[in-house]
Design a protein around this ligand. Sequence first.
Ligand code: SF4
Length: 317
Amino acid sequence: MQRPTQRAYPAKRRNNNLSSDGLVLGAPKRDAELKRHLDRFLADVDPSAIAANDPVALVRPYPDPHDREVAGFLVAMLAYGRVASIKDNAQRALDALGPHPAKAVDGGRRAKKLDGFVYRFQKNDDLVRFLTAVRRVRKQYGSLGAAFVAQDTLGADYAEVMGRFVDRLLAAVDGEPSNGLKFLLPHPGRGGAAKRLCLYLRWMIRPDDGADLGVWQTLAPGVDTSRLVIPLDTHIARIARYLGLTDRATDNLVTAQEITSVLRRLRPGDPLAYDLALCHLGIGGQCPRRRDVELCSACPIRAVCRLGPEPKGWRRR
Ligand code: SF4
């Protein structure tokens, strides 16, 4: 007897014009209006204050750009799950590398302290093999930034380069990569949004603004902020839909590219300037998952939100 086919998704297609709590989203605003309100919102934001609670805060204390590049890669690749556990576990891994992570990795010295390291999908062996691949790639190119630039195919954005960069790292791994190691290196070709890699690139490529670090501006001249792709997490995906930056229902790289392309129209040279502030509206609970009259009334971007000041389906509590 033929077994019924299992469905991965509900049979009913989701209406893309509904918010997560079922409210009807209005029409998106025109670019000029979006830009005016988002720029005003950005002008009132202090990136360094936001970044103090972000995993990038673990990377900034290293003064040397090579240390920041290596420490940043490790922290960004472990940046999944709750912020508190990311910070705890990434700090534990950094502590094992000592005060100069680049020297420790380049010299093949991975302190005994990494013994017993486990963080959800990663075990000690995954991390050691990951760091070995980093060492080999840095030895060949001089830095991860130079390795990234060497993979450039001069496309409109960095999506393809990201895939080639991960392929280069995976080629430097001894033997078959474990699932934990593959998870540690998100490949845009696997169907996800490769959020952690996009985040790492933002840290490395955007100039130092108190949050992003601009390390590759010196280690890998030629990197281009206009080609970055937004790190698409659940908060950015939700708020981007509220702002009409996308109507796509799936959180994948295509959606990230679509959101970025709208932001690129607003800021051609630096589309990700908006990312940190928008993301932290969600992380900080100022834009919750469900409509909240009080929070929405105080929201700095309510004028361009499709749930807006007078949304269809507004429910007063
Ligand atoms: S008005 Fe602001 S807080 Fe309310 S849903 Fe829109 S973006 Fe979120």
